[in-house]
Design a protein around this ligand. Structure first.
Ligand SMILES: [Zn+2]
Length: 234
């Protein structure tokens, strides 16, 4: 897999494979326009507030299309709950908020801020959820990751098939292997995270956050076969 070499940085030595374990943790569609950076101050503020809650907040590379992820179980550096924001390349100091990308161009701060709030929503949801329910959720994500790995392994031997075909196979397999109830649990956690993250987004961004939420949930519903609608326009 070509991206393997890209992640073989010294950072890699700190812990387990830094690839995201899941395919559609959090799909956030970035605007193609370069955003100005008026939200950098609230971005830093939220970053620091989350870190104060004992979360390891940092940048990382996600090759599953996700803009961010949250993991509660300390698989990352310091064994802390972890929030990772997608940035390529990962800044030299990945644990400090950066207004610009490594090449000096402005980062998508507004989009990253919405992702940060959403991931913080997962953290808050985890805090508010009883241990057993959360464990069931986490085990479901592990099963989904295993299914994704199996499909990706097929992908390497079936080069003629398109990415869409594999996405569709993944979607079908999830529908076969996970019950409606299980898939609904995954979707519900996603909804919780959007809801709990919303108060942490500056007022000027809330309409965009709502649009992001609607789109994110629509994508989850489709991929989890929980919607009677067709595929969202991607
Ligand atoms: Zn999420």
């Amino acid at each position: 897999m070509p991206f393997r070499s890209a992640v073989s940085t010294p950072r890699q030595e700190r812990g387990p494979d830094r690839r995201s374990p899941r395919m559609f943790v959090d799909v956030v569609v970035y605007s193609t326009r370069t955003m100005p950076v008026p939200y950098f101050a609230p971005y830093v503020h939220l970053w620091r507030r989350i870190a104060k809650r004992g979360v390891w907040v940092h940048y990382g590379m996600h090759f599953d299309g996700s803009a961010g992820w949250f993991q509660q179980d300390g698989q990352g550096l310091y064994k802390l709950p972890e929030i990772s924001l997608h940035r390529v390349p990962v800044p030299e100091n990945e644990e400090e908020p950066h207004e610009t990308l490594t090449d000096g161009t402005p980062a998508h701060i507004a989009a990253e801020l919405m992702t940060l709030a959403h991931e913080f929503g997962h953290f808050l949801s985890w805090k508010a959820t009883d241990e057993t329910t959360w464990l069931v959720y986490r085990l479901l994500l592990d099963r989904m990751a295993a299914i994704q790995d199996a499909i990706n392994a097929l992908r390497e031997s079936e080069l003629s098939s398109t990415g869409d075909a594999f996405n569709e196979r993944y979607r079908r397999t999830l529908a076969e292997q996970l019950s409606d109830e299980e898939r609904t649990l995954v979707l519900d956690e996603e909804k919780n995270a959007w809801r709990l993250g919303r108060p942490h987004v500056p007022e000027g961004l809330q309409a965009r956050y709502d649009a992001q939420e609607e789109r994110g949930i629509q994508i989850y519903e489709y991929r989890l076969s929980l919607s009677s609608y067709g595929p969202p326009d991607e």
